[in-house]
Structures are given as C-alpha cells and as structure tokens.
Design a protein around this ligand. Structure first.
Ligand SMILES: Cc1cc2nc3c(=O)[nH]c(=O)nc-3n(C[C@H](O)[C@H](O)[C@H](O)COP(=O)(O)OP(=O)(O)OC[C@H]3O[C@@H](n4cnc5c(N)ncnc54)[C@H](O)[C@@H]3O)c2cc1C
Length: 466
C-alpha cells in the first residue's frame, strides 16, 4: 500500500506498537492520527483525571513523532465521519488501529469499519493491548475461563511475546494536513485534582519500568499490600493510555527474573500474576458483556441494596468515621489514584458495611481514577461485592479496622490523608470510636454504621437470594 493511516487510541507510543509496526511494514507512508472524540467528554468511560492524563500523553506522543519526522494529525469530532474524510485527504488506502475490548468500543469499531468500507477504504485491527486475547485462551471445552487460577495456568503455558521494534524515522517530506488543536489545558476538561497527575508520556513510562525492574519488583510480593510503601509499579495509567506496551513489560520482567535469587523470583511471579489479572478481566468483559449492566451471576441482581444517599455521600467524601476508608477516599479525590489494597477495602465497605449497590461505587471510581479501566474496575468491584466470576465468596467480609491494623500498621497512610488525625495517638488510629474520650479531642466523625451489625445484615441480604 502507498499510504496507511495509523489511528492512535489507547496505544499512545511509538515503541512496541503492533498496528503501527504493521502499518510501516505494509505501507510506504504512515500518517499518524489522533481523534479527540466528543465521547471523551460524555461517554460511559469519562473521567477528568484520565482525560487530563490523556491530553498530556497525546502531547508527549506528538513530540516523539516530530523527532522521528512525523507530524501527528489531530482532529476533533466523530471518528466514523472523520476517518473516511482523512483517507480521501491524504489518499490513504486503509486505516490501521489496535483492538479495543469494551463492548461500546467494539460496536463503534463495527460502525467505523462499515463506513470506511462503503467509502472504499480498508480497516484493520490488531491485538496489542494484551499478550493473549479472548479467543486464544479457552478451556478444554473451547469456552472462556471464568475462574482466575486455571486461566492463569493456561496463560503461563504460552511463550512470552516479543516487543515490536520502534517506529523508524521518516526522512521524506511529510504531507501538509490540517490539524486541530487539542483542548488547551486540563482546566477545560474539568480537571480539578488538588495534586498533580503521575508523569505522563512514553519516556516517563519507560523510566518507571526501568526503576521498577531494577529493584522494587523483587520485593513486590512482600511490599505490594502496604499503601504507605511505594511497593507497586504505578504502571496502570500507562497501560490504560498505552504509553507502555505489555510485551515490553513482560520482556523486562522475564529478564529481571533471570537475574533474581529465589526471593526475587517469587516477587516477579506475584507481579506476573497481577498482569494476568488484567488480561483475565479483559476477556471476561469481552465474553460476558452483561457485566457492564449487572452482576456476572444474575441472581445477585436481585439483592435488596440500601438506597441511603447520605451514606454514599459520606463514603465519596471520606467522612464515614472509619479512618482507613476515609483516608483512601480522600486520596482518590485528591490524586485520582488509589492503592489496590485500599480499592478492595473501600469497595467492601461500600457493598458490605453500607450495603450500597456496587455499581454506585464502580461509577464513582470510573469518574475519579486516572487509570479507570472498564474491565479491571468492573472485575474489582464485582470481586469485592461477591457478585463476580472469580468472586470472593459473599461471606468473606473485610473488617475495616483489622485491615487497617494489618496493612497500615503505624497509621502512616491514615495520618497523611486525614489531617484531623495527624497527631492522634496509636491506640486510636485504626478504630477511634473505641476510645470515645480521645475521639472527643479530635474533629473526626463518629462511624456512620457499626461494622458488626452491618456484617450480619449483609449476610442476611445475600442469603435471601442464594
Ligand atoms: C474495586 C477495584 C477497582 C479497580 N479499578 C481498576 C481500574 O479502573 N483500572 C485498573 O487498571 N485497575 C483497577 N483495579 C486493579 C488494581 O487496583 C490496579 O490495577 C492497581 O492498583 C494499579 O496500581 P499499579 O499499577 O501500581 O499496580 P501493580 O500492583 O504494580 O500491578 C501491575 C499491573 O497489573 C494490573 N493489575 C494489578 N492488579 C490488578 C487487578 N486486581 N485487576 C486487574 N489488573 C490488575 C494493572 O494493570 C497494574 O498496573 C481495581 C481493583 C479493585 C479492587
């Protein structure tokens, strides 16, 4: 082919990018395009922090492309209208892009395919976001796995795919195509975080990868559950925006594992499992799209959840009277990020202590998170609520203060995010209501519910639909 458009979506990088590599292989000229869609402001997947991170990532991509001799064409509007127009403008024969797995994105791709085809242009999609996609790992009956452990065993039987080469420099004259401005700044997309976003762009992601694989990965198994320690990779916003390729991570991980002692290898193995969880939930979303509308197990759609809006507001604003829950929610609201252990604690608290529908929490997280991802978020919420595929059984209910004692033993995380308790003594930090005399001295709320009572009520609610 003479000219192909590479349409950048959740793959904002010039290295280890499958569709981009294929475009270079099959066409003499590749035109890089990014479309700022109206749906970025109002779709099912919208969040201000994510949008701000995306804008910064696109800007970084534009600069990386310019260094290589390419000019990123940005357009604003509807992809299905703009792509055929762009093909005509630059005389391209086809549009290449990397595959998306969310039901709404797949429907959109089907529409785009039809509109390009009817205008006489091709549309090719490639597997890029995952090592192994939905139809590649099936059980012996050829059906999708719905339990993580056998899925991960099957996943690990396969070879690690190699990263793709970087985009080669382009030396010829680049066609002059009109490019629209992106929304000028993060304010215009409603970004109101009090703290800055994680560093964005491909270079920042590579640096994060290098640093993590140089040391922290070996300790990952031991440190990953403690929010006050920087024990996890921080890759999730980059995996979501596509500023880091999954093959690149897997290859770096395999190298790190080869150099590790037994303890370090254990850390690498735990980390690999987490990357597999990501692919597990993506294939669940693909095969069981009903999870976006309700419980994976439909009987749990009959649960009689509470509708107490005051409780929901207290949870959102971090004023439930449970310090670990409140610290986590305040951190989320201020930074757009939340540690995995805290996501589980806050999600369990919403569903099991407040007995509120997990979908309320799912939506709120999606609105706030910089790494908000439909598959992982839905999977995490359904796991915590006990309604999902490989769900924690409904009777496994976290006790927030025991979780706090175990995973924030000195209360460092709580003190960082709850200024009212920054000087509180150790004996009250995890369960301040147990020392009312002390609690009276601090401007911190009483608990809005009693865990022991709610636990019993919640078990009754679940038993009613069993
Ligand atoms: C209620 C709830 C909601 C969640 N929502 C999201 C979300 O919207 N987006 C998101 O990326 N993750 C989500 N997770 C999973 C997990 O919390 C984050 O991936 C993790 O905290 C990101 O930090 P990290 O990159 O430092 O992770 P690390 O611990 O370093 O893990 C490395 C990578 O593995 C993947 N991963 C790790 N844990 C999980 C998991 N449980 N499920 C799926 N993938 C995982 C992520 O891509 C992550 O970047 C959610 C978990 C729960 C319990």
């Amino acid at each position: 082919m003479k000219t192909v458009i590479h349409w950048f979506r959740r793959d904002l990088r010039v290295r280890d990018n499958v569709a981009l590599t294929e475009a270079c292989r099959k066409a003499a000229q590749v035109i890089p395009v990014f479309i700022f869609e109206d749906a970025f402001h109002s779709g099912p997947d919208v969040g201000a922090a994510r949008l701000a991170f995306l804008l910064q990532s696109v800007e970084a991509l534009r600069k990386n492309l310019a260094v290589l001799g390419y000019s990123l064409v940005v357009r604003r509007g509807k992809s299905e209208v703009l792509l055929p127009q762009l093909c005509k403008e630059c005389a391209a024969q086809a549009v290449f892009a990397n595959k998306r797995y969310e039901p709404y994105a797949q429907h959109r791709d089907e529409r785009i395919h039809a509109s390009l085809l009817s205008a006489g242009f091709g549309f090719e999609l490639f597997k890029d976001a995952v090592a192994w996609e939905e139809s590649e790992i099936l059980n012996q009956q050829g059906k999708p796995y719905t339990v993580f452990t056998p899925y991960s065993k099957a996943w690990k039987m396969r070879p690690i795919p190699a990263p793709k080469p970087a985009l080669p420099p382009f030396h010829g004259p680049f066609p002059r195509l009109e490019s629209h401005a992106m929304p000028a700044d993060t304010e215009s997309v409603g970004h109101s975080l009090r703290q800055s976003l994680p560093p964005s762009g491909e270079r920042a992601a590579s640096e994060l990868l290098r640093r993590f694989m140089d040391g922290p990965v070996y300790q990952y198994g031991k440190r990953r559950d403690f929010p006050a320690l920087a024990g996890t990779s921080g890759f999730s916003p980059h995996l979501r925006a596509g500023t880091l390729g999954v093959r690149t991570i897997l290859c770096a991980l395999a190298k790190a594992r080869m150099q590790a002692d037994a303890e370090g290898r254990a850390g690498c193995d735990v980390f690999l499992n987490e990357l597999i969880w990501r692919e597990f939930y993506l294939q669940v979303l693909y095969h069981f799209p009903h999870v976006t509308k309700g419980a994976f197990r439909p009987q749990y759609d009959l649960l009689k959840w509470s509708s107490n809006r005051d409780h929901f507001d207290a949870w959102c604003n971090g004023v439930t009277g449970y310090p670990i829950v409140d610290a986590a929610m305040r951190c989320l609201n201020a930074t757009g990020t939340m540690h995995n252990r805290l996501r589980m604690i806050t999600a369990m608290f919403l569903t099991k202590d407040l007995m509120l529908n997990w979908q309320w929490g799912e939506r709120y997280f999606m609105k706030q998170l910089v790494d908000g991802d439909m598959a992982a978020n839905n999977g995490g919420w359904q796991w915590s609520a006990g309604t999902g595929t490989d769900a924690a059984p409904y009777f496994r209910i976290f006790n927030p203060s025991s979780q706090s004692e175990k995973f924030d033993p000195k209360g460092d995380f709580i003190r960082e995010w709850i200024p009212e308790l920054s000087s509180a003594p150790m004996e009250m930090i995890h369960a301040p209501w147990e020392t009312p005399v002390l609690l009276a001295k601090f401007k911190y709320p009483q608990p809005i519910v009693a865990h022991d009572i709610q636990r019993e009520k919640c078990l009754e609610m679940f038993k009613a639909v069993k």
